[in-house]
Design a protein around this ligand. Structure first.
Ligand code: GLP
Length: 253
C-alpha cells in the first residue's frame, strides 16, 4: 500500500496554490514553525503564493525559522546562481522573515567535513523540521542527494550527476560554469521532518516521479525513500502524473 498522498493539480498555477496552502496552514497553526525549504524552478509558484499570503495579511513569518536543503559548493551568497541568493530574491526579501532565522549551507567553506558538521548542528538546534518542501531532480535526487550505492545520513558534499549538471546548465552561461559539487542535507535529516511536501510539474518529471512514488525503494532513486515516511504529500500537475496515472492510477487521490 502506498502511504504517500498524491494530489493532482490541473496545471502549475493550481499546483502552486494547493502546495502553498499546505505550508500556509502550517504557518497559521504554528507561527513558530520550522520550514525546510527547497530551490529549483518547481517551488517558484508556491513561493509567489506565500508572498501573496504575507501581503494580504494572512501569513506572518516573523517567528518562522527556515533551513534550506542545499547549496552549490564554491558559490558565494551574492552569486546570482547561489541558493542563498535564490531564497532571498524569490521569498525572503518579500516577507517579514528575520534573515537571522534563515539557514542555507555555506558554499564558500572549503572544508567540507567542517561545513557538513556545522550544518548538521544547525538542523539539530532547530529541534525538528515541521514541514520539509522538496522538488525532485531528473535523477531522482532530493536536495542534491544523487543516485548512489547507499543513502547518506547527514549533510554531505556530493559530486553532481552529469544529468543534473546538464539540467541546471540552463541557469549558467554554459555547462562548464555549473559547479561540480554541492553541500546537501542528508537523507536521514530529510526523513526526520514531521511532514514532507514534494512538488513536481511537467512531463519531464513523469517517469522519475513514478519511480519515486511507486518503484522499488533504492538509493539509485533517492526520492524513493520517501515511501517509508509516514506523512508525505506529493502535489503534482497532470503532466508530471502521466506515468503514475498509466501504471498506478489508484495511488492518486
Ligand atoms: C535542483 C535542486 C533540487 C531541486 C531539483 C529540481 O538542482 N538541488 O532541490 O528539487 O534540482 O529542480 P527543478 O525544480 O528546477 O526541476
Amino acid at each position: 500500500m502506498n502511504m504517500m498522498k498524491i494530489i493532482k493539480a490541473k496545471d502549475y498555477a493550481e499546483l502552486s496554490r494547493k502546495a502553498a496552502n499546505i505550508i500556509a496552514a502550517q504557518v497559521i497553526l504554528n507561527p513558530e514553525s520550522v520550514l525546510g525549504l527547497a530551490t529549483g524552478s518547481s517551488p517558484l509558484g508556491l513561493y509567489a503564493e506565500l508572498i501573496k499570503g504575507y501581503e494580504n495579511g494572512d501569513l506572518d513569518f516573523s517567528k518562522v525559522r527556515t533551513v534550506n536543503l542545499d547549496e552549490y559548493r564554491g558559490l558565494t551568497k551574492d552569486n546570482d546562481q547561489s541558493y542563498a541568493y535564490f531564497m532571498r530574491e524569490n521569498l525572503f526579501k518579500h516577507i517579514n522573515i528575520d534573515m537571522a532565522n534563515t539557514n542555507v549551507p555555506d558554499g564558500t567553506e572549503p572544508d567540507a567535513a567542517k561545513e557538513c558538521a556545522r550544518y548538521d548542528a544547525v538542523i539539530e538546534s532547530m529541534g525538528g523540521v515541521d514541514i520539509q518542501l522538496l522538488g525532485i531532480g531528473h535523477t531522482g535526487h532530493i536536495g542534491f542527494n544523487e543516485p548512489a550505492d547507499e543513502f547518506k545520513k547527514g549533510t554531505n558534499c556530493v559530486d553532481l550527476d552529469p544529468k543534473t549538471i546538464e539540467a541546471n546548465a540552463r541557469f549558467f552561461p554554459s555547462a562548464d560554469d555549473v559547479p561540480k559539487q554541492a553541500y546537501t542535507m542528508g537523507i536521514q535529516s530529510i526523513m526526520k521532518a514531521k511532514k514532507i511536501l514534494l512538488v513536481a510539474n511537467g512531463e519531464g518529471k513523469a517517469e522519475i516521479l513514478y519511480k519515486a512514488c511507486c518503484g522499488p525503494i533504492t538509493p539509485r532513486v533517492p526520492a524513493s525513500v520517501l515511501q517509508l515516511h509516514p506523512d508525505v504529500v506529493v502535489v503534482a500537475d497532470e503532466a508530471a502524473l502521466k506515468v503514475i496515472e498509466e501504471k498506478c492510477p489508484c495511488c492518486i487521490g
